[in-house]
Design a protein around this ligand. Structure first.
Ligand code: 5GP
Length: 214
């Protein structure tokens, strides 16, 4: 029997948001997740200590170094990187299951992780780089964050320029002048990418069935 339009399914996509700390990526991610039920956040593993207010298995899976190394050895991580002296990585299994089921996954990972995803899973990847409105504004935002020590802030300022230098490796770049406009831009990118021909599974069979009836 000819397939009905219902059988055109879609493979999920991996939406990566990267930026230097303080550019507003976390707020954009939170708002997108609240408004779009088709996308879920990938929860990373990290060896860094938990910060006040963070929830294990929601913000991160907090693990020690031996466990992290074990996960790398066993191929359980889709990508991993060292950032600010700590290790971070993306657990593979949940992401692969979501993509197969047609669900989209949002990643808050750095440029190193994005490069690895681009090498291993280019066709599933949509990457967005979030830039701050200006260097001065980024510095101001980093200073007004209560959670981190002056030493950590200084480290992040030094890293911000390094992170920003990778902007041209991304599919899209957003300057975060206005959070609401930035969320709307991310949603527009996501909506268009969802419609891509190459993500639609069973499309050629459907087209054949349409032609057969002509
Ligand atoms: P934080 O410690 O502030 O939560 O994150 C520090 C940096 O690590 C951020 O730039 C964030 O994007 C990055 N990061 C978080 N999880 C992962 C991950 O699983 N893989 C990679 N490559 N980077 C990550």
């Amino acid at each position: 029997m000819a397939p009905s339009p219902k059988e055109i399914r879609r493979r999920g996509l991996m939406l990566v948001l990267s930026s230097p700390s303080g550019a507003g990526k976390t707020t954009i991610s939170r708002k997108l997740l609240e408004r779009d039920s088709g996308i879920t956040m990938s929860v990373s593993v990290t060896t860094r200590p938990m910060r006040p207010g963070e929830v294990p298995e929601v913000d991160y899976y907090f693990v020690d170094m031996p466990r992290f190394e074990q996960m790398v050895e066993a191929g359980e991580l889709l990508e991993h990187a060292r950032v600010f002296g700590n290790c971070y990585g993306t657990p593979r299994e949940k992401v692969e299951n979501a993509l197969k089921a047609g669900r989209d996954v949002l990643f808050d990972i750095d440029w190193q992780g994005t490069q690895q995803l681009a090498e291993n899973a280019r066709t599933d990847l949509v990457s967005i780089f979030v830039l701050p409105p200006s260097g001065e504004e980024l510095e101001r935002r980093l200073h007004t964050r209560a959670q981190d020590s002056a030493e950590v802030i200084a480290g992040r300022m030094a890293k911000a320029s390094d992170e920003i230098s990778h902007w041209a490796e991304y599919d899209y770049v957003i300057v975060n002048n206005d959070v609401e406009k930035s969320v709307a831009s991310v949603q527009a990118i996501l909506n268009a990418e969802r419609l891509k021909r190459t993500r639609q599974v069973g499309l050629s069979e459907f087209v054949k069935s349409v032609q057969a009836a002509l």
